[in-house]
Write a protein that binds this ligand. Structure first.
Ligand SMILES: Cc1cc2nc3c(=O)[nH]c(=O)nc-3n(C[C@H](O)[C@H](O)[C@H](O)COP(=O)(O)O)c2cc1C
Length: 175
């Protein structure tokens, strides 16, 4: 198995998981900005990691836009985010549906890991975005349980990364 891990990471959390995964698999690791889809032809397993930003997996279009060029490869995506990893409803309804249209979800195996959000590190744009999101959702008359959870998550502050969680992914990659 010749595998590669590619990551796009603003605050370092997705990169850290990428390093853990690449170390465990003994495989190549690239920042997404340093790689093009054409460079992936020699790999039979492609693992892409992106942080979640408003349910969008950062940079995942590198894979999804060129899915035809990746035919026959094992494709794995991991995300990092602050939503608790057992929130399947959030993940399945919002993240999977938003990022993997049509039959893409059958072609790519997806894993979600807890990431990091430290308020002191956030850019002004991101702090403002979270404030606005919270205001919009908190202003709703009857917020759903999911919206209530998202309101609380706007104030999350911590590093929830955990190396032990990579093993389900690495075992699947090795199969
Ligand atoms: C503006 C903004 C939007 C975010 N949106 C989400 C989200 O929709 N779902 C989620 O689980 N986490 C969300 N997060 C948390 C990030 O995904 C989390 O901090 C992640 O670990 C960042 O990855 P990185 O450190 O590799 O950039 C958001 C964070 C910011 C600052």
């Amino acid at each position: 198995m010749k595998a590669v891990v590619i990551y796009k990471s603003k605050y370092g959390s997705t990169k850290k998981y990428g390093q853990w995964i690449a170390n465990e698999l003994g495989c190549d690791l690239f920042d997404a900005k340093d790689i093009k889809i054409e460079n992936l032809k020699d790999y039979d397993t492609v693992i892409y990691g992106g942080g979640l930003y408003a349910e969008v997996i950062a940079g995942v279009s590198l894979l999804t836009k060129s899915i035809n060029m990746l035919e026959g490869k094992k494709l794995i995506v991991y995300t990092t985010g602050i939503t608790p990893i057992d929130c399947r409803e959030y993940y399945d309804e919002m993240v999977i549906q938003k990022n993997f249209k049509g039959d893409l979800k059958d072609k790519i195996k997806v894993f979600n890991f807890p990431g990091k959000m430290l308020l002191k590190e956030l850019s002004l744009v991101h702090r403002t975005a979270l404030k606005t999101l919270k205001k919009i959702m908190a202003g709703k008359e009857n917020p759903t349980d999911m919206e209530k959870m998202l309101i609380d998550l706007c104030d999350a502050n911590g590093d929830f990364s955990d190396k032990a969680l990579i093993y389900e992914l690495t075992e699947y990659a090795k199969e």
